[in-house]
Design a protein around this ligand. Sequence first.
Ligand SMILES: Cc1cc2nc3c(=O)[nH]c(=O)nc-3n(C[C@H](O)[C@H](O)[C@H](O)COP(=O)(O)OP(=O)(O)OC[C@H]3O[C@@H](n4cnc5c(N)ncnc54)[C@H](O)[C@@H]3O)c2cc1C
Length: 401
Amino acid sequence: MDFPKETEVAIIGAGLMGCSVGYRLAKAGMEVIILEMRNIASGASGRNGGMVTQLDGRDCNQEAILNRLTYARENNKMLPSLAEELKYDFEYERAGGMDVATTDEEWEYFERKLVPFQKNVGDDEVMLLDKKETKEVCPLLSNIAKGVRFRPSDGTLNPFQLNLGFAAAAERKGAKIFTYTPVKKIVIKNGKTTGVQTKRGYLKAKLIINAANAWAPLLTPEIDILPLRQVAVVTERVAKLPVYSMEAVLDNQVIFGSTQQKSGNLVVGGLGTEARKRNDHYQEDLSPDEICGSTAIFNIIFKGLGDVSIIRSWAGTMAFTADGLPCVGPVPEIENLFIVAGFSNGMAFAPIIGKLVAEDIISKKPSLSLKPFNPKRFYKQKINWPKSYNYTILADFLNRR
Ligand SMILES: Cc1cc2nc3c(=O)[nH]c(=O)nc-3n(C[C@H](O)[C@H](O)[C@H](O)COP(=O)(O)OP(=O)(O)OC[C@H]3O[C@@H](n4cnc5c(N)ncnc54)[C@H](O)[C@@H]3O)c2cc1C
């Protein structure tokens, strides 16, 4: 395919967000080109646990809870029929999601403070399961589980498949995806974008959408988004578990999420990684210590599993913002530049964000306002992030546990 000289919309990044937005815009008749520096789903979207978590368990900020739930609930409404629309099975299952209390103090905190608070601010679905009820829904959890905070409508999906599904649907609607085509620079003249400079040449574009998530600030440094490297391991197939999307805090240090894919493989992610400096979070290497650490934690949580082999492991980079919500909307003071980035959770957002961004671009009237995600809130703000960090340090910094 010859590299084009001009397009209506150029999207940077063929992850879940870039492909979801690209699909909706192409479906609406716009000329869309998606530029990807590696392959489709090679970023966080192809390296995550596939947990559809509507609300991070430990959120205790009223505004953040309501903002997240509003979009995640709409997203949940879209998911059941999306496979048919995309003509792509992405193995979505709505079996519920657990947040496990691993100490008595934590369970007491869940019972007395966290869950009553979340219910009080409008989360009418969240519930508590005590130790006995927890064993009933997930018999393989070890005795370390003192009880769980449970959400029946959370679930799991295969993120790689969802990403590929959006990409294929976008192409069917006329979008063109150029892989191994890194964007080197967004070209701005007199406060207006004119196009992007890529490895294959210059592409003139009326509108540019930066959907490079963790890499987005390298092209749009005005918006301070932080990269966060995470690691994950996947086991061989095991028997189907009744509920399997969970998160937990272990030894007051490790925060992790885990899912069982439809195939039976267990994915455990977000395990104890070493603190690193900002730029080192883009490195997707993996140390033997991290793999061993992940395996050890796995054994602590799942006593009933017996011997299970880890068959694959990897590292990936997601993104964080200072309030835990993504940045979605026009970049201030730069005409024709949109940003759709800063996602630490993608599964509860990708379908709805694609729909709302396309509505906003086409009619300026999205069916749900994108205001809580306005990039203006971080425009040219230097956040005093920890110099060296991992997920746990960041969660503490953001007061999220
Ligand atoms: C280990 C791990 C576990 C996770 N677990 C979960 C989970 O269970 N549930 C959940 O909801 N979320 C999870 N996440 C987060 C989730 O993966 C992300 O929120 C989501 O994938 C973000 O999608 P995206 O399209 O914005 O980003 P990405 O998938 O990272 O896409 C960005 C794309 O931009 C490309 N790119 C970057 N720079 C350029 C450039 N200059 N030119 C061209 N292309 C460029 C990248 O190659 C990449 O493909 C996890 C993340 C990780 C790393």
